[in-house]
Ligand binder design. Structure first.
Ligand code: SF4
Length: 331
């Protein structure tokens, strides 16, 4: 059988064609001794198809906690006895957060709400908030507000929201073990509407939730089919009080293998390190990931757990000679 990395060197690196599910699985099964070789190839693919720039994004939560859904990893669900309390952010604080994010050099500011989908109150707040941000500071505004109707998709596009985040979270075959209050297909349908409306699609998920390696490969292939602009990759950070609170933290080498495998599946996608990287990989993992396929980071907090301070990530990018992606003309 031909060596999977040799094949990837040809198809992914040279032609920019992502690995299929079987090849991703073969990569995820590579022994630890081949991890440096794998990370080096993933880095080469990222440099070839995305360039050295790193996209920096800040996120803010306008509505935290009290969500009616039961995503088993999420401490913002109101269904579990987790410690995050429901809270709303006002417009003034929202704009201040956007200004602060832009000052860190970030080009993206994502407004997030812990909801099944937006209601009238949240859509009104978005309209007012996005307009106030755009009047105050030059930064791309993204949103993550759960499942949408067609009218809500149209409204968000109309407001100038240029990217919409909605994670599939995991492979379709594993999703019912993670969420029971809605389906993978419902999430998929929102993503199709977002793409059709011309907004950039941001869609990723969480690994280390008890899925098999085969299901990790399945998830990468399903993301490949969706072809999102951005894939945020989270590693489970088991939160007390959630059904996944007692799961073990993912092995660091498995996490890095997953990062590299996702890069080989999605050669030209923005691959963003999102939550859980500190607990899974420690400080060194950020460097390894950025040299193993990752080309986007979130600065500041991760909604429910504190991430690394922005200055640590920005200093690392400087050291690695990876320039921060400048604000594009999509404003
Ligand atoms: S992941 Fe989103 S939809 Fe699921 S419980 Fe958390 S906030 Fe709600």
């Amino acid at each position: 059988m031909p060596d999977v990395l040799a094949c990837a060197g040809r198809s992914v690196l040279t032609d920019g064609v992502g690995l299929d599910e079987a090849a991703v699985l073969a990569v995820l099964q590579l022994p630890d001794e081949r991890l440096p070789e794998l990370l080096a190839l993933a880095h080469e693919v990222r440099m070839r198809w995305c360039g050295p720039e790193v996209e920096v994004e800040g996120i803010v939560s306008v509505k935290t906690g009290g969500c009616p859904e039961d995503c088993h990893f999420c401490s913002q669900s109101g269904v579990f006895a987790s410690p995050v309390r429901a809270a709303w952010l006002d417009i003034e604080s929202l704009v201040a957060a956007a200004v602060e994010t832009a000052a860190s050099g970030a080009s993206e500011f994502c407004i997030v709400a812990a909801v099944r989908g937006p209601d009238e109150r949240l859509m009104a707040q978005m309209r007012e908030g996005v307009a106030a941000i755009r009047a105050a500071v030059a930064i791309n505004v993204a949103a993550s507000l759960g499942m949408l109707t067609q009218d809500q998709v149209d409204d968000l596009a109309d407001m100038g929201v240029h990217r919409y985040n909605h994670n599939l979270e995991t492979a379709r075959s594993y999703f019912p073990h993670v969420v029971t209050t809605h389906t993978w297909l419902e999430r998929w349908q929102t993503l199709q509407m977002v793409a059709a409306a011309g907004m950039e699609v941001c869609c990723g998920g969480i690994v280390g939730m008890g899925e098999s390696i085969e299901q990790r490969a399945e998830f990468a292939a399903q993301l490949g089919q969706l072809a999102p602009h951005e894939v945020p990759l989270n590693f489970l950070n088991p939160r007390p009080g959630t059904p996944f609170g007692d799961l073990p933290v993912m092995d660091a080498k498995d996490a890095l293998r997953t990062v590299a495998a996702f890069r080989l599946a999605l050669p030209s996608t923005l691959l963003r390190y999102a939550g859980g990287r500190e607990i899974t990989l420690g400080d060194l993992g950020t460097r390894d990931g950025l040299l193993g396929g990752v080309n986007a980071v979130i600065v500041g907090n991760y909604l429910t757990t504190l991430g690394r301070p922005a200055t640590a990530d920005l200093a690392l990018l400087d050291e690695l000679r990876m320039p921060i992606k400048a604000l594009s003309t999509t404003l």
